[in-house]
Design a protein around this ligand. Structure first.
Ligand code: HEM
Length: 394
């Protein structure tokens, strides 16, 4: 049995080749060192599906909340994303019931309208699909869900990008300070949503009414969770829309398959999140000494669960490197699993399906129109630039 950090693995998430295509190195990791110590990240990496699932399911042994290991967490960071059960339960169930109370059909309809408008506007010219399609659609979807006025897109996209990049501060400490500044801007925006006097609407309206009646600690968790819903939801959805468009552009054969089998759009968008999802991994902390696949992980050590590797594990998915639009079941980890699983899954699935439906309805299919440039981020897999032409193709 290995008892501590072993030979470092050659996995550099920010290398150009890995950014372009992380799946070969993730496959090597999965096959050769499924539980590997990463010196720079100061973390164990798990890359096999069943090991990842085990870590995500076992919140007793694998903490999200660093305070369980005696570490300090700034109060402003305490949201559904950081709290663990039982403390997490109240705020998570409040947001889940707030989500269930929303009229997602109407929201889906208005997002569909925006997508069609954008597709029609693009005409014969190539578009930069992140700024012209993915970002505006994600902003409309997340602010529509929350029931708030969208901030100006360009300004907001820059703030959100800075926060997203700061998730990689473990690999690049220079990202910490800009991230802190951008988080303050986000906190101010969200705080203003809680103090506004207008009639509360949307998910935030639901939460705001409860926050007013809750004690100060719970009310703070609610505000911080609203922040995660907005920024996390926006940035992940933007990335997912870009990755989906890129996959469609590189797999033109999917067009006729989906045209002839429209009922497969829902399973297809789920498969595309498995195939090239936006969230590459997440971290937990071992609450005691624990063994994963024969490797001893010490109390307090970090464990990074590599969703992207797990989602291509041949032990869990037949033909994992192929897009199988009717893959069923498809219990991938692209939306996480367990007590911290994505709260926006249903909403995200609907928005992704709206985009594919609109492409099929308007007979437009994306086609590469220049080099796509990945953003240099490890946790989130997304594009800085995604030039596409969106011609009509009868
Ligand atoms: C395709 C788009 C999306 C994907 C692939 C995605 C993926 C994920 C993943 C993998 C996690 C779990 C992270 C972990 O275990 O540490 C997560 C958590 C979360 N997501 Fe999403 N997400 C998406 C869109 C959204 C949207 C649109 C919203 C909100 C409107 C949202 C809200 C959240 C929240 C609040 C959490 C934290 C849940 C918790 O810790 O209890 N997500 N998401």
């Amino acid at each position: 049995m290995a008892t501590g950090p072993m030979t470092p693995v050659r996995y550099h998430p920010l290398d150009e080749a890995t950014l372009a295509d992380p799946y070969p190195v993730l496959a090597a990791l999965r096959e050769q060192t499924p539980v590997a110590w990463h010196e720079t990240m100061q973390s164990w990496l798990t890359s096999r599906y069943h090991d990842c699932l085990r870590v995500l399911r076992d919140h007793e042994r694998f903490a999200r909340d660093p305070r369980r290991l005696g570490l300090k967490v700034p109060d402003a960071h305490l949201s559904v994303q950081v709290l663990d059960p039982p403390q997490q339960a109240g705020v998570r169930s409040l947001f889940m019931s707030a989500l269930h109370a929303q009229d997602l059909d109407t929201l889906q309809h208005s997002v569909g309208h925006l997508v069609r408008e954008r597709l029609e506007q693009s005409g014969a010219h190539p578009v930069e699909a992140m700024s012209q399609l993915a970002q505006p659609v994600a902003l409309a979807a997340t602010t529509g869900l929350l029931g708030v006025t969208p901030p100006p897109l360009a300004e907001w996209a820059a703030t959100s990008d800075t926060i997203m990049r700061s998730m990689d501060a473990g690999l690049d400490p220079e990202l910490v300070e800009p991230g802190r500044h951008a988080r303050t801007q986000l906190s101010d925006l969200v705080a203003s949503w809680f103090t506004t006097t207008g009639r509360p609407t949307g998910l935030l309206g639901h939460v705001r009414t409860r926050a007013a009646a809750a004690g100060p600690e719970q009310a703070a968790y609610m505000r911080h969770t609203a922040r995660v819903m907005f920024q996390g939801g926006y940035s992940t959805l933007t990335a997912a829309l870009g990755n989906l468009l890129h996959a469609l552009a590189h797999h033109p054969e999917l067009r006729s398959v989906l045209r002839e089998n429209r009922h497969l759009v829902r399973t297809a968008v789920d498969e595309l999140v498995r195939y090239d999802g936006p969230v590459q991994g997440t971290t937990r902390l071992a609450t005691g000494d624990v063994t994963i696949r024969g490797v001893r992980v010490r109390r307090g050590q970090k464990v990074t669960v590599l969703f992207a590797a797990a989602n291509r594990d041949p032990d869990a998915f037949a033909d994992p490197d192929r897009i199988v639009v009717d893959r069923t079941p498809n219990q991938h980890l692209g939306y996480g699993w367990g007590t911290h699983a994505c709260l926006g899954t249903v909403m995200a699935q609907r928005v992704l399906a709206v985009l594919v439906d609109a492409l099929l309805d308007t007979q437009v299919w994306p086609c590469p129109a220049g080099p796509a440039i990945r953003l240099r981020t490890a946790t989130m897999r997304t594009f800085a630039r995604l030039p596409l032409s969106l011609h009509s193709r009868p």
